[in-house]
Design a protein around this ligand. Sequence first.
Ligand code: AHG
Ligand code: MN
Ligand code: MN
Length: 340
Amino acid sequence: MQQEMTLIRHIMHGQSKHPEAKGNFSNILNQIALAAKIIGSRVNMAGITHLLGLAGDKNIHGESQQKLDVFADAVFYDVLDHTGLIAGMVSEEDVDIKQIPEKYDVGDYVITYDPLDGSSNIDANVSIGTIFGIFKRISTGDRAIESDFLQAGRKLEGAGYAIYGSSTMLVYSAGHGVHGFTLDPAIGEFILSHENIQMPDKCKNLSVNESNKMNWDKWTHKYVEDLIGRNTETERFISSRYIGSLVADFHRNLLKGGVFLYPADKRQKEGRLRLLYEAQPLAFLAEEAGGKASDGFKNILDIEPKGLHQRTPLIIGNTAEVEMAEEYVKKYSQAQKEEE
Ligand code: AHG
Ligand code: MN
Ligand code: MN
């Protein structure tokens, strides 16, 4: 019988290349896989277990929290808090660092996560996901402190996401390629289905919320116009695809080629997405898959974060199109300033 490559086996295989590794990182990933299974199964059941709809609270960004946001946040924390491997976590759903209860040991790692990304789509049965980043902590005290989390994305030890779609998948990188696993619900195991994902050369999809158009800067107008301008009367080279779940938009573009942008605009001057638990982990994966992520000026992975919930403009996907955006920012920002 041919043995399936389960996530655990794959992680252990990766670990065997690092004899100095104590297995801690593998155990963290394993626990995250457990969280993905629990959240995924609840997402699938949401329609029939009255979990849909608002929980009644607003999160720290003033957005309505969905019941599943709250559930996913707690699950992710609970699978990791007692492991002795983590010194603290930062979640989209909490303003402060989530500390480890005193009864448990703390470890060398800190985690950033968006427990449920795309949660405004839950009620419509659209793909949503969980995004995470894993850093080694810097501080040495008995509790994680802010600077442990305010590290450039380049310092990530690993990152990934779970996507709850037509199947549940876990996609991760520990710095040796990007690997995708699909949950086999019959046996409850993640099985390697997408080994060493590389972004296709061609940028086939453009993902942007065009309803923000009236607030876009000049460069964004020109950029979108020129990308769409690649289409001819007889051939369509680029398609608009915007789900409104970053994780699902990113996943599609990773597999099929494409660029996602959520730029800063006149209304959202810092952009909309969050650096620590949305942009950084996906930028890490993009780069491992031969792609790139930028805020228009700087590689996302080189930005030194100043706040736990800092927002950032994000352009992510095929390297050539991300670099094209950087050129447009340079070229048209100056022109816009002169006009104003
Ligand atoms: P979250 O559900 O974690 O708050 O994230 C929503 C994000 C992201 O997933 C998506 O790309 C973006 O918000 C959509 O924003 P718009 O509705 O402004 O397009
Ligand atoms: Mn999100
Ligand atoms: Mn979220």
